[in-house]
Ligand binder design. Sequence first.
Ligand code: GLA
Length: 395
Amino acid sequence: MLLRRWIATGVAAVATLGALNTLPATAGHQPNPADQSLRTLGMRHDLFIGTAVDMAALNDPADPQYRQLTASQFSTVTAENVMKWESLEPTRGVYNWGPADELIAFAKQNNQRVRGHVLVWHNQLPGWLTSGVADGSISTAELRDILKNHITNVVKHFKGKIWQWDVVNEAVSDPWDTPSTLHYKGFWAQHLGPDYVADAFRWARAADPKALLFYNDYNIEAFGSGDPANDKTQFVYDMAKQLLAAGVPIDGVGSQGHLGTQYGNFDTLQVAAALKKFADLGLATAFTEVDVRSQITEAMENGDSNEINPRLQASAANYSVLLQACLADRHCLSFTVWGFTDKYSWVPNWFGSEGLANIYDENYQPKRAYNLMKGDLIYSGAPYVLPRIPQRPRR
Ligand code: GLA
């Protein structure tokens, strides 16, 4: 039986080769890979290409192109905001599932997977929670119960519909924080201590045993000094290793990939080496929020191409570095951009004089970054690029 199947496959292969031999005659009928979508090209490598989705833009009847590109170019979606705590539970005990459910329905309709973002983060928390803790009306013991309930309710609500959950987001400080020695930072660590990280993963696993559970953070694209006191990637690596050793159900580490062209950033070899180290722990990886912004000068605002072009090229090169590194590691499951058009980017709002961070411009024209990503997906192949190894949830 096996042999027959092998022979049959062999015949098919010969037939295919035969077809390939007639390439000159049929070349005109071959689809041009450059005309294929990112999601189609990603599937050559079993790599899911994703975007964060702004629900207001998705539902704007005046902007059908946003919806059309979200559906056609991407095979996984992430809620930019509507799964954050302040959106899901703006009033204590009253959940607003509507917009998040809409995204899930959209994904189903378009045969897309969903990255759940985010269960535990110190930002975009509802006022009732932060003020309750600040004025003492919510005690530490109650806060822990509130967190457990939130994780349980949210994960159960979306059970079976989420591929990867960002369980804990940005738990680790940066070298510019005080104290500068890296530590667990923010609301949850301050009030519950660092053990909340392990608890969160356990509670999430109990609520949906099939979703992959990720830790997600920025500035962890590559290793630095190797000293966890100042190397954030090392700190996160050590944390993941300890969690695994303690039997905590963590399945992956997400690297956000918010880069800026004014920084040195990393090359493909450095990023690929980091992904491999995480994979060697038995973890999946993913790029979860990629965008590459630039400082906008007055000359750029006046259309000076001498200043615009180098930034567009640098931005594209950084997208490419992260994508190539992801392609190179078979445990890197998805590559998600944080919005695809400059029209709705969070960058100008957040950083003021920075922008041009996305792969399409404000008028939905694909930028150099989009084409470079396509080139990587088209021209990368074996032996250094092989299909992904699907990750199973850790028990
Ligand atoms: C972080 C969060 C995202 C998003 C970005 C900025 O990276 O994980 O949800 O808020 O900041 O928009």
